[in-house]
Design a protein around this ligand. Structure first.
Ligand code: PLP
Ligand code: COI
Length: 356
């Protein structure tokens, strides 16, 4: 655990908390947003002093360049409340790192650590009461940045807004997933922006995902842009498979390098499993399911946590994976992650960042 204080930031408290309207036993993902948000502006080549203000609407020019040309990136991370009330954020340094990689690729300014992590801690301290204590629930934290220059020429904006909003959430998926292997549409190509967490990656996924949902699938399993031969990731999560005592995850710069996936791989290695980050062909996966060597398959992400994959659809055929309840590694690692995040066990990796 690392202890660190909060950052001094101008705070305007809400006069009308919405907390009493929240049913913490019925949390839908992303529908409820906490009382306050952190806002910082970037102009003239530097970040201005951030402030924490009541959650509310923004006023923007219709020419705001993020709306037209998509200079818009985000992150997703979670805070947990231990039984004794301690508040902990899970690996925020990893999100900061990825955020700044996304920023560079989209020609946006980097956000300094004290703004990103210090800002989140201060915000959480103020909205502490919004962090659910119920196991299985957490506070989802959404930092984002977008271009604010009001101009229609295509060029990097000269001004940006960095905002953090939060909200209590339950599970993103409440049942095992049926995924369709996508062999027509493409999410990302080599040299593109697949590794970055930018808004456009999600916009382009909506139409193909809707088509798959009309066929009864929950999400897509994206494949490479050139041959549609190698699996990449699911709509909102990375993919992991177990073969014998090896955990395998597709690796490529066209996919988002997930923090949950990295965490699971680090735990797996620590426990003595092998872990491989490499290309995984659809063929290898399908054959492995058919001959029984792929014993577990799951999606891993901040919102998704660890969600088992029950079925995979490929070229009109359905391939069924073993019963999720009987999956040894997935269930063990999910239990371990929960125990760690809710403070039931020692934080041997130093991943919990305590809000002071
Ligand atoms: N891939 C995509 C497209 C995602 O949206 C997410 C969710 O953030 C992930 C993978 C998993 O990343 P992480 O574990 O860092 O949340
Ligand atoms: C997250 O897990 O933070 C994600 O990005 C998923 C989100 C798009 C719902």
């Amino acid at each position: 655990m690392s202890e660190a204080g909060t950052t001094a930031i101008r705070v305007e408290q809400t006069q009308q908390s919405r907390l009493s309207q929240v049913d913490f036993n019925d949390l839908k993902f992303g529908k409820i947003l906490s009382d306050h948000m952190l806002v910082a502006d970037y102009a003239d080549g530097q970040w201005e002093e951030p402030s924490i203000v009541p959650y509310g609407n923004l006023s923007l020019s219709p020419a705001t360049s993020a709306i037209h040309y998509g200079q818009s990136i985000f992150e997703g991370l979670k805070a947990y409340k231990f039984a004794d009330g301690t508040v902990s954020v899970f690996r925020p340094d990893q999100n900061l790192n990825r955020f700044n990689k996304s920023a560079s690729r989209l020609e946006m300014p980097e956000v300094p650590e004290e703004l990103f992590i210090g800002g989140i801690k201060t915000l959480l301290d103020i909205d502490r009461a919004w962090i659910p204590q119920l196991e299985g629930s957490s506070l989802y934290i959404r930092p984002f940045m977008f271009a604010t220059e009001a101009a229609l020429g295509v060029h990097p904006s000269d001004s940006y807004k960095f905002i953090v909003i939060t909200g209590p959430v339950g599970a993103y998926y409440n049942k095992p997933l049926r995924l369709k292997v996508e062999t027509h549409f493409t999410r990302a190509a080599q040299g593109g922006v697949g590794f970055s967490k930018n808004a456009g990656n999600y916009a382009l996924s909506l139409h193909p995902t809707r088509l798959a949902q009309e066929e009864g699938f929950d999400q897509l399993m994206w494949t490479d842009a050139i041959e549609h031969k190698y699996v990449e990731e699911a709509g909102t999560a990375n993919l992991l498979f177990r073969v014998g005592d090896t955990i395998i995850t597709p690796s490529s710069d066209t996919i988002l390098h997930g923090i949950t996936r990295r965490t699971i791989i680090e735990i797996a290695r620590h426990w003595g499993y092998q872990a491989e980050e490499r290309k995984v062909s659809v063929q290898e996966l399908i054959e492995g399911i058919e001959n029984g060597s792929v014993t577990e398959a799951f999606a891993a992400g901040t919102a998704a946590t660890l969600t088992p994959i029950s079925e995979i659809g490929y070229e009109g055929k359905i391939y069924t994976l073993p019963d999720p309840e009987k999956r040894e590694f997935s269930n063990k690692v999910l239990q371990y992650l929960n125990d760690l995040r809710y403070g039931h066990i020692a934080d041997e990796f130093g991943w919990n960042v305590i809000v002071g």
